[in-house]
Design a protein around this ligand. Sequence first.
Ligand code: F0G
Length: 437
Amino acid sequence: MSESFARIMNQHAPWHLECVICGATYSGLELRYRCECSGTLDVIHDLSKCELTREELDRRLGSKNPLDKSGVWRFRELILPLPESILEQIAATRGEGSTHLYETPTLAEKIGLENLWLKHEGENPTGSFKDRGMTVGITLAKHIGMSAVACASTGNTSASMASYAALSGLNGIVFIPEGKIAFGKLSQALAYGAKTIQIEGDFDDAMALVQEVCDTEGIYLVNSINPFRIEGQKAIGFEILQDLDWEIPDWIVLPGGNLGNNTAISKGLLELYEVGIIDALPRLAVIQAEGANPLYTAWNSGEEMNPIKAETIASAIKIGSPVSWRKSMRGLNKLKGIVTEVSDNQIMDAKAMVDADGIGAEPASCATVAGIKRLVSEGIIKPNEKVVGVLTGHVLKDPKIVVSYHMNELPNINSKRANAPIRTSADIDEIRRVIRQ
Ligand code: F0G
């Protein structure tokens, strides 16, 4: 334990940590990710003191203060309420968030909805929603004097961590499943200078190993088991509501892998409700890939989650033992939520639709749209309900899969919306013929 960490631990934080299973509490800056009973931890704020209003949040949209310009730190009182003077010095921010909420009438019509918006989290600095959690995780690492950070990742967390660690002068170490992450994401980890360890195993193996290494080596773990990552990701929900001028949609829909993101969105919305900034709550739908569906199975059986060996084309959510399943279920219960699953074919078909709309997103993100389509066809989402889908990652994270889809070269995938390139000789008449066809 570093000297500065020991010093900080004794400092008071205006929040505390609480176990999701037994309710045991710990001080806000204690370096732990699990309770003595092994339950994961929540950051619990004293919301009775929060005086944040819609008007103040809207005022910040036009401010030049770097904290206000971040779509995470704009909501700082609900995320990491350290004194402003400290945050101004230590916040590791790249201006994350403030992503577009696209109104998508063409896609809505194809799916059978009157109103569909897509919140494009791929527009974050490193191309995924992970930046929202990472800015908070890395800021806390700095605050408590850590010099190294680590994560296990299906690719986006590692890209984000590598960038924010570099920005903050911390050593970044990433654990990735060998050969199973998209090239764009691997490129980012390498480019931003993280020590990149490719594990012979899957994400779940990497996750188990990184927890052990962090414990023994004094490295700060920034996977979403770290409750401060969850705090940052709450801002997705905050921003969706601010984008909609504080009108509450009927549904927010997003993909589920390690289950941190839906945990974050439900926690954030419940807190926003508690402080009176909103007076109603949307419902939440979590979409899993058929081959990586432990939450879906547990949700339907009403029992505890059983880990599985995951397999899906959407490598970002190829996770069989999600760390945050308990918190995820708690949030779903409170937001009248639902969990469904979609096949790889449905994911890739939905992706072709999202991409062809000019928006584009990576496969896991498009589980969102495949799931909305399924829920509309089953009558669970009604045609006149207002639906916001979260697109979690950028289309260029995984260019190989895009090209393979359009060349109809993906095993077991029927590329029914393929737009294959047309090969011609370098002959003007031939080209004219192709164009006129
Ligand atoms: N979509 C994308 C693009 C992701 O990268 C992830 C998770 C998810 C959805 C699922 O979110 O885990 O909070 O339920 N990616 C992690 C990673 C696991 O390592 O980048 P979740």
